[in-house]
Ligand binder design. Sequence first.
Ligand code: 5GP
Ligand code: MG
Ligand code: MG
Length: 173
Amino acid sequence: MEHKIKVLVSEEEISAKVRELGAIISKDYEGKDVHLICVLKGGIFFTCDLAKRISAPVTLDFMSVSSYGDETVSSGRVKIVKDLDDPIEGKDVLIVEDIIDSGRTLSFLIDMLKSRKPASIKLCTLLDKPERRVTDVEVDYVGFNIPDEFVVGYGLDYVQKYRNLPYIGVIEG
Ligand code: 5GP
Ligand code: MG
Ligand code: MG
């Protein structure tokens, strides 16, 4: 089945924002290496595009956590589905996420990664729904603040579909 999807953030807006964030991050990490941690699967498109806009040397690792299953409502539980390949001790870690909603996933992830003693740990998210926050999370870089609507595209899914849309959209029915 296919849904009708209304564009919320266009491909052009995403690309301009990614360049802007890349420039800021490049400046902030001058003289350092950036260890990007992509939170799968949602963060994959954003991570790839952002990495290309960072001028500091970048290393990449991937992690997969699940908090929602295939539902659109948070279960409140966070499970590590795939852990990092490499240790992060002494590294300047930048977590790259698609979206922060309740904040539960990220607050769990940050606490867990901090215990592995990185030199620093920061968070970059493409989308933020600040109204929905249940758990406090410090976000260092935000692409767009969006209203409390369920969005798909550019990595974000609805029952695993629509991740490949080049824009962020809202399912209309
Ligand atoms: P949180 O733990 O902050 O509530 O949720 C984080 C995760 O829930 C995100 O990484 C994402 O996978 C999923 N999520 C939250 N809001 C949305 C949304 O509007 N659309 C989609 N597709 N996933 C969402
Ligand atoms: Mg995510
Ligand atoms: Mg999902």
